[in-house]
Design a binder for this molecule. Structure first.
Ligand SMILES: [Zn+2]
Length: 269
C-alpha cells in the first residue's frame, strides 16, 4: 500500500507540474484582492457594530473608535513626493493606476485653453513604470505587486499597499455649503457660523506598507523580519526560504509624514 502511494506521489510530481508563472500570478492576485477586501470589510463591520452599540446611535459612533482602510491593486503604483507644477504642493503619497491624477490642493487638472482637452499637472494618463521612474525618480515609484521569485519553488511577490488609519473626533467640524443648508435643515448640529460640528472620522495617519506573500495554491504571508531583511538588501534579494516563517504576519510600515508639507490638503494622502 505504501509503495502504491509513493508511486502515485511520484507520478503526480512528474505529471501534474506547475501552472505557468503567469497563471499562478493571476491566481495569487485574485486571492490578494480577497485578502484586502476582507480587511476592509472587517473594518466596516467593526465600525457598524460600534455604532449600533452606541447610545447615540442615530448621530455618531462612540468616541475613540479607530479603524483602518487598505488600498491595493495589482497594477497599482505608489508614488512618493510628487510636486504639483501648478501650485507647488507636495503630495507625500499617491496611488496611480493608469488614469490621470489630479492635484487635490489646487484642483488641477485644468482644461487646456488651446486644445480644450483636460490636462493633469501631476500625472498624465497611461504611463508605464519606466516613464514614472524617469519623471519622479526610481526611489519614489513602487509597484503594488512585484514578482520577487518564481525560479525555484513557489511564487513569491512583494506586496505594497497604503493603510489609512481613521479616528473618530467628536470635536471635528466642517464648513457647510450654503446651498446645502437651503434644502437640508441642520439646526441641531449647526453652530451659528455654519459649521457642522457633530464629529466625524478624520484621517489620523497613513502608512506605506510592504509585505511578502508566497503562493503555493494558497496565499501565505511571510514574517516581518524576512520582509525587513529583503528591504535592507541591495536590489531586493529574497532571504533563503529556510529562514522564513510563514503564517499570519504583519507588514513593514513606513509612516507618511504630511506635517513636512504644510500646504498639503487633508484629502491628498
Ligand atoms: Zn496643485
Amino acid at each position: 500500500m505504501r509503495c502504491l502511494l509513493s508511486l502515485a506521489a511520484v507520478a503526480c510530481i512528474v505529471g501534474c507540474g506547475r501552472a505557468p508563472v503567469e497563471k499562478q500570478e493571476q491566481a495569487m492576485q485574485d486571492l490578494l484582492f480577497l485578502h484586502f477586501d476582507n480587511l476592509n470589510n472587517e473594518s466596516e463591520i467593526e465600525k457598524f457594530d460600534a455604532k449600533r452599540s452606541s447610545p447615540a446611535k442615530d448621530v455618531v459612533p462612540p468616541l475613540g473608535l479607530t479603524f483602518s482602510t487598505y488600498m491595493w491593486h495589482p497594477q497599482g503604483v505608489i508614488l512618493s513626493n510628487v510636486r504639483c507644477a501648478a501650485c507647488e504642493a507636495r503630495h507625500p503619497v499617491l496611488v496611480y493606476r493608469s488614469e490621470p491624477l489630479a492635484c487635490t490642493v489646487c484642483g488641477s487638472p485644468d482644461r487646456d485653453k488651446a486644445s480644450g482637452k483636460m490636462t493633469a499637472p501631476l500625472v498624465r494618463g497611461q504611463l508605464q513604470r519606466p516613464d514614472l521612474e524617469a519623471a519622479f525618480g526610481k526611489n519614489n515609484v513602487k509597484a503594488m505587486f512585484e514578482r520577487v521569485s518564481a525560479e525555484k519553488g513557489d511564487l513569491v511577490a512583494a506586496v505594497r499597499y497604503v493603510r489609512r488609519e481613521w479616528v473618530f473626533d467628536d470635536r471635528a467640524s466642517v464648513v457647510i455649503n450654503p446651498k446645502a443648508l437651503e434644502t437640508t435643515p441642520a439646526d441641531s448640529l449647526q453652530k451659528p457660523d455654519s459649521y457642522f460640528s457633530g464629529g466625524f472620522h478624520r484621517l489620523d495617519a497613513a502608512y506605506v506598507a510592504t509585505t511578502l506573500f508566497m503562493y503555493d495554491g494558497d496565499l501565505n504571508q511571510i514574517d516581518r523580519d524576512t520582509v525587513a531583511r529583503y528591504l535592507a538588501s541591495e536590489n531586493g534579494v529574497l532571504p533563503e526560504a529556510k529562514t522564513w516563517r510563514v503564517g499570519p504576519a504583519v507588514a513593514v510600515e513606513e509612516p507618511i509624514r504630511p506635517w513636512n508639507a504644510p500646504r498639503l490638503g487633508a484629502r491628498s494622502f
